[in-house]
Design a protein around this ligand. Structure first.
Ligand code: C2E
Ligand code: MG
Ligand code: MG
Ligand code: MG
Length: 277
């Protein structure tokens, strides 16, 4: 009986695994089609200058408009794009799209404005990454100084020497560098000092808890002060209420991003939003 049961269990798992594998393969082939058919959209979330209380930039955030599933968030497909290598094509599309959207946005916003885009590990560490970006920006007549790149600590740390080189090249051209989700990775003072970056983005987990947890609030304050000591600007991510914003302002945080100010929006809606802000 035990043997029988064992056999059945084995069969069950086998089917289950088959199913998972099947879904995974379908997802991958859908993702490939999405690239061919151009099913991605960039949304833009405003970043606010706390001192002027106006929009100074935006973060470009990708979504996949799936023909059946609707809008798929990046957390559901970026990891698979990374694993399959499809990320390099997606990443290139993002840069091209950011540059063309930027031209539109700049027509409607008459002051200095930047857009930052995210780069994940596999794209950032690919050999052609910098050359591709430079080629794309130059050939589209883009403006490096209104572009920012966001990488997380773990991406930055994967190969710190090559990270430093890559970032130096991009910064020499005028691009800004954002250290994303700061405080959740390997936050080491030693490398924070070494990295050629412009802006630290404090992860929203600190912001979310700062009202209820005084320790989190102190950590946020310390991260802001530390960044300033190192000559870096600070964005607080995930600000959802005005109490958080007021505290962050009192800590002299430079910039804020979050649902309080605005959710990510498609380009045209973002432009309308920015005009009225
Ligand atoms: P991220 O770069 O840290 O982006 C911030 C995420 O926080 C976005 O989620 C944004 O919609 C969300 N967010 C902003 N304000 C608030 C708030 O007040 N409350 C809450 N709960 N969430 C807020 P999203 O758009 O789902 O993106 C998730 C992650 O996917 C991004 O995290 C980034 O790591 C990655 N990602 C997005 N676009 C791209 C892309 O074009 N390329 C790559 N490689 N990764 C991307
Ligand atoms: Mg980001
Ligand atoms: Mg972030
Ligand atoms: Mg994140």
């Amino acid at each position: 009986l035990a043997k029988e049961k064992g056999k059945n269990t084995f069969c069950f798992y086998n089917l289950e695994m088959d199913n998972i594998l099947q879904q995974r393969l379908e997802f991958e082939s859908d993702l490939r089609k999405a690239i061919e058919k151009g099913q991605f959209i960039l949304y833009y979330q405003p970043i606010i200058d706390f001192r002027k209380m106006r929009i100074c930039g935006a973060e470009a955030l990708i979504r996949w408009l799936h023909p059946q599933k609707g809008l798929v968030p990046p957390t559901s497909f970026i990891p698979i794009a990374e694993q399959t290598g499809l990320i390099s094509q997606i990443g290139k599309w993002v840069v091209v799209k950011v540059i063309s959207d930027m031209k539109n946005i700049k027509k409607s916003i008459d002051y200095n404005f930047y857009v930052s885009f995210n780069a994940s590990l596999r794209e950032f560490s690919s050999a052609n990454f910098v050359d591709d970006i430079i080629y794309t920006v130059d050939s589209l007549n883009g403006d490096f100084s209104s572009l920012g790149i966001e990488i997380t600590e773990s991406v930055a740390m994967a190969d710190i020497q090559s990270t430093i080189q890559t970032l130096n090249t991009l910064r020499t051209r005028g691009m800004k560098v954002f250290l994303d989700d700061f405080g959740t990775g390997y936050s080491s003072l030693n490398y924070l000092k070494q990295l050629p970056i412009d802006v630290v983005k404090i992860d929203r987990s600190f912001i979310a808890n700062m009202i209820i947890d005084i320790k989190e609030q102190k950590i946020a304050e310390s991260l802001i002060n530390l960044s300033h000591i190192l000559g870096l600007k600070v964005v607080a991510e995930g600000i959802e209420d005005s109490q958080q914003a007021e505290i962050l302002k009192s800590f002299e945080c430079d910039f804020g991003q979050g649902y309080l100010f605005g959710k990510p929006l498609p380009k045209d809606q973002f432009i309308e939003f920015a005009k009225r802000f």
